[in-house]
Design a protein around this ligand. Structure first.
Ligand code: C2E
Ligand code: CA
Ligand code: CA
Ligand code: CA
Length: 279
C-alpha cells in the first residue's frame, strides 16, 4: 500500500504553488515593463584559454520570487518543463539574451557570443526553428554569435527527430553546443551525424581532473574526440588555476567557471566588459 506521508503533501502543494506562481511570472513578461519582471538573466563569461579574453557569455535564468526570494533554475526548470511553461520562458530567455548580446556587441565593437540553454521540451515544439528565425530577423546579431546549448541526454533521447531539427537550426548559421557532455550516454556512432560546433565538458569531470588520473584521461579523450569531429571544447566549472593549466595543455579552447567569474547580472557583466574592453 502507498503510505501518504506529510512531506508528500507539502511537496505536492509546493509544486502546485510553484506552478501557479510561474504562470503569474510569465504573465508579467507580456507587460514588458522591465522593472516589474520576476525573471532575470545572469551572464557568466566564457574565456578563451589561449588569450584569457572574454569570448562571450552563457545566459542563466534567475527567478526573483516575491515571497520565496531567489528560486534556483535547478528547482523551477523541471516544474516548468512538466507543465510546458518552459516554452514561454525559453522564448523570453532567447529574445532577452539576444537583445543583450546586440547591445554589448555594439557598445564594445566585438563579436562576443551568447550561449542560450534549450530544454528538451522546446525541441518538441513544432515552431522552434521559426521562433529562432523570428528572433534573428528582429534582433540584428550575426547568427554565428548565438550558440544554443542542448544537453547530451536530450540529444540522445531523441535520435530520430533531433538531427533534422539541428540541421534546420544550422542552416540559419546558428552555433550548437552539447551541454553536460560526458554525463549522458552518447552513442559515438551518432555523434558525428549532428552538426555540433562545441562540446561542453561537464563540471564533474573538470572538478576531479587534478586529483584523479582517470578523470584527466576522460577529459583528454573528450577533447580529442571533439577535435577529431571538428568541434571545439568548453570546460565548465573551472575553479582553480591548476585546472586551467591542465585544460590548456590538453588543447581545450574555452573555459567557464567561478575562477573567472560567477554568473553576473546585466550591470555587473557590463562593468566587467568595460574594465576589459574599455569604453
Ligand atoms: P548548466 O547549463 O550546466 O549551467 C551551468 C551551471 O553551473 C550554472 O548553474 C552555473 O551557475 C554553475 N556554475 C558555473 N560555474 C561554476 C563553477 O565554477 N562551480 C560550480 N559549482 N558551479 C558553476 P545555474 O545557473 O544554477 O543553472 C543550473 C541549470 O539550470 C543549468 O545548468 C541549466 O541546465 C538550467 N538553466 C539555467 N538557465 C536556463 C535557461 O534559461 N533555460 C533552460 N532550459 N535551462 C536553464
Ligand atoms: Ca548550459
Ligand atoms: Ca552545462
Ligand atoms: Ca552541468
Amino acid at each position: 500500500p502507498v503510505v501518504f506521508e506529510p512531506n508528500m503533501y507539502t511537496h505536492a502543494l509546493y509544486r502546485l504553488q510553484l506552478d501557479r506562481d510561474l504562470r503569474r511570472a510569465i504573465a508579467l513578461i507580456a507587460k514588458s515593463n522591465n522593472e516589474a519582471q520576476e525573471f532575470e538573466l545572469y551572464y557568466q563569461p566564457i574565456i578563451c584559454l589561449k588569450t584569457s579574453e572574454i569570448r562571450g557569455f552563457e545566459a542563466l535564468i534567475r527567478w526573483n520570487h516575491p515571497t520565496r526570494g531567489l528560486v534556483s533554475p535547478a528547482e523551477f526548470i523541471p516544474v516548468a518543463e512538466e507543465s510546458r511553461l518552459i516554452i514561454a520562458i525559453g522564448q523570453w530567455v532567447l529574445r532577452t539574451a539576444c537583445q543583450q548580446l546586440r547591445i554589448w556587441q555594439r557598445q564594445f565593437q566585438r563579436s562576443l557570443t551568447m550561449s542560450v540553454n534549450l530544454s528538451g521540451i522546446q525541441l518538441e515544439q513544432a515552431n522552434l526553428v521559426a521562433q529562432i528565425e523570428g528572433v534573428l530577423g528582429e534582433i540584428w546579431i550575426a547568427p554565428n554569435t548565438l550558440k544554443l546549448e542542448i544537453t547530451e541526454s536530450t540529444i540522445m533521447r531523441n535520435t530520430e527527430s533531433v538531427p533534422t531539427l539541428l540541421d534546420q537550426i544550422k542552416q540559419n548559421k546558428v552555433l550548437l553546443a552539447i551541454d553536460d557532455f560526458g554525463t549522458g550516454y552518447s552513442s559515438l556512432s551518432y555523434l558525428h551525424r549532428f552538426p555540433i560546433d562545441t562540446l561542453k565538458i561537464d563540471r564533474s569531470f573538470v572538478s576531479r581532473m587534478s586529483s584523479d588520473g582517470e578523470n584527466l584521461e576522460i577529459v583528454r579523450l573528450i577533447v580529442t574526440l571533439a577535435h577529431t569531429l571538428g568541434m571545439d571544447v568548453t570546460a565548465e566549472g573551472v575553479e582553480n588555476p591548476e585546472q586551467i593549466t591542465l585544460l590548456k595543455n590538453l588543447g581545450c579552447e574555452y573555459g567557464q567557471g567561478y575562477f573567472f567569474a560567477k554568473p553576473l547580472d546585466k550591470k555587473a557583466a557590463t562593468a566587467l566588459l568595460e574594465k576589459k574592453f574599455g569604453n
